[in-house]
Design a protein around this ligand. Sequence first.
Ligand code: CO
Length: 134
Amino acid sequence: MIGRLNHVAIAVADLAKATSTYRDTLGAKVSEPQAEPDHGVTVVFVNLQNTKIELLEPLGDNSPIAKFLEKNPSGGIHHVCYEVDDIIAARDQMKAMGARVLGDGEPKIGAHGKPVLFLHPKDFCGTLTELEQA
Ligand code: CO
Protein backbone atom coordinates (compact mmCIF):
# COMPACT_ATOMS: atom_id res chain seq x y z
CA MET A 1 0.00 0.00 0.00
CA ILE A 2 2.74 2.50 0.83
CA GLY A 3 4.45 4.17 -2.08
CA ARG A 4 7.63 6.20 -2.20
CA LEU A 5 9.64 7.48 0.73
CA ASN A 6 8.65 11.14 0.74
CA HIS A 7 11.07 12.35 3.41
CA VAL A 8 13.04 11.56 6.52
CA ALA A 9 12.66 14.24 9.21
CA ILE A 10 15.58 15.04 11.49
CA ALA A 11 15.00 17.12 14.62
CA VAL A 12 17.78 19.62 15.35
CA ALA A 13 18.39 22.19 18.04
CA ASP A 14 20.24 24.60 15.73
CA LEU A 15 18.70 24.83 12.26
CA ALA A 16 21.38 27.15 10.84
CA LYS A 17 24.12 24.76 11.88
CA ALA A 18 22.24 21.72 10.53
CA THR A 19 21.57 23.54 7.24
CA SER A 20 25.26 24.35 6.94
CA THR A 21 26.14 20.70 7.55
CA TYR A 22 23.91 19.55 4.70
CA ARG A 23 24.72 22.45 2.34
CA ASP A 24 28.42 22.98 2.97
CA THR A 25 29.75 19.67 4.27
CA LEU A 26 27.52 17.29 2.28
CA GLY A 27 27.01 19.60 -0.72
CA ALA A 28 23.22 19.23 -0.84
CA LYS A 29 20.65 21.65 -2.21
CA VAL A 30 18.72 23.20 0.70
CA SER A 31 15.68 25.49 0.88
CA GLU A 32 15.22 28.67 2.85
CA PRO A 33 13.83 28.09 6.37
CA GLN A 34 10.03 27.86 6.41
CA ALA A 35 8.11 28.60 9.61
CA GLU A 36 5.21 26.19 10.26
CA PRO A 37 3.52 27.68 13.33
CA ASP A 38 0.60 25.22 13.13
CA HIS A 39 3.08 22.35 13.49
CA GLY A 40 5.41 24.05 15.99
CA VAL A 41 8.48 23.75 13.78
CA THR A 42 10.68 25.65 11.36
CA VAL A 43 11.67 23.45 8.42
CA VAL A 44 14.52 23.41 5.93
CA PHE A 45 14.07 21.02 3.01
CA VAL A 46 17.14 19.19 1.77
CA ASN A 47 16.41 18.07 -1.79
CA LEU A 48 18.11 14.82 -2.74
CA GLN A 49 17.76 13.05 -6.06
CA ASN A 50 15.43 10.37 -4.77
CA THR A 51 13.85 11.87 -1.64
CA LYS A 52 14.02 14.75 0.83
CA ILE A 53 15.42 15.30 4.27
CA GLU A 54 13.49 17.74 6.46
CA LEU A 55 15.47 19.49 9.16
CA LEU A 56 13.07 20.45 11.96
CA GLU A 57 13.79 23.05 14.63
CA PRO A 58 11.31 23.78 17.45
CA LEU A 59 9.12 26.86 16.96
CA GLY A 60 7.11 28.29 19.85
CA ASP A 61 6.56 27.04 23.39
CA ASN A 62 4.64 23.84 22.68
CA SER A 63 6.67 22.39 19.88
CA PRO A 64 5.97 18.67 19.39
CA ILE A 65 9.71 18.08 18.91
CA ALA A 66 10.85 19.81 22.13
CA LYS A 67 10.68 16.63 24.23
CA PHE A 68 12.46 14.63 21.55
CA LEU A 69 15.35 17.11 21.60
CA GLU A 70 15.48 16.97 25.40
CA LYS A 71 16.10 13.24 25.06
CA ASN A 72 18.33 13.63 22.00
CA PRO A 73 20.22 16.91 22.49
CA SER A 74 22.42 16.45 19.44
CA GLY A 75 19.35 15.80 17.26
CA GLY A 76 18.14 12.63 15.64
CA ILE A 77 15.78 11.00 13.17
CA HIS A 78 12.29 12.07 14.24
CA HIS A 79 10.04 10.38 11.67
CA VAL A 80 9.82 8.87 8.22
CA CYS A 81 7.11 9.77 5.70
CA TYR A 82 5.66 7.43 3.11
CA GLU A 83 3.36 8.42 0.26
CA VAL A 84 -0.09 6.91 -0.14
CA ASP A 85 -2.66 7.42 -2.91
CA ASP A 86 -5.67 7.86 -0.61
CA ILE A 87 -5.06 8.93 2.96
CA ILE A 88 -8.55 8.12 4.22
CA ALA A 89 -8.40 4.60 2.79
CA ALA A 90 -4.91 4.20 4.25
CA ARG A 91 -6.06 5.41 7.68
CA ASP A 92 -9.03 3.07 7.71
CA GLN A 93 -6.81 0.14 6.74
CA MET A 94 -4.27 1.01 9.49
CA LYS A 95 -7.05 1.18 12.09
CA ALA A 96 -8.58 -2.07 10.88
CA MET A 97 -5.16 -3.70 11.39
CA GLY A 98 -5.05 -2.38 14.96
CA ALA A 99 -2.54 0.43 14.41
CA ARG A 100 -2.98 3.66 16.31
CA VAL A 101 -3.44 6.93 14.42
CA LEU A 102 -2.26 9.93 16.44
CA GLY A 103 -4.37 12.98 17.30
CA ASP A 104 -8.03 12.99 16.34
CA GLY A 105 -7.39 10.67 13.40
CA GLU A 106 -8.30 13.32 10.84
CA PRO A 107 -5.66 14.29 8.24
CA LYS A 108 -3.98 17.67 8.68
CA ILE A 109 -2.30 19.74 6.00
CA GLY A 110 1.44 19.13 6.19
CA ALA A 111 4.49 21.14 5.19
CA HIS A 112 3.94 20.39 1.49
CA GLY A 113 0.31 21.52 1.48
CA LYS A 114 -0.93 17.92 1.32
CA PRO A 115 -2.95 15.88 3.85
CA VAL A 116 -0.88 13.93 6.38
CA LEU A 117 -1.42 11.59 9.33
CA PHE A 118 0.96 10.25 11.96
CA LEU A 119 1.02 6.66 13.21
CA HIS A 120 2.09 5.55 16.68
CA PRO A 121 5.79 4.60 16.85
CA LYS A 122 5.03 1.53 19.00
CA ASP A 123 3.03 0.05 16.13
CA PHE A 124 5.75 0.76 13.52
CA CYS A 125 9.08 -0.62 14.71
CA GLY A 126 9.67 2.18 17.20
CA THR A 127 9.54 4.84 14.49
CA LEU A 128 7.07 7.69 14.27
CA THR A 129 5.58 7.21 10.81
CA GLU A 130 3.85 9.84 8.68
CA LEU A 131 1.60 9.11 5.73
CA GLU A 132 1.17 11.78 3.08
CA GLN A 133 -1.36 11.71 0.27
CA ALA A 134 0.85 12.21 -2.78
CO1 CO B 1 7.15 14.98 7.97
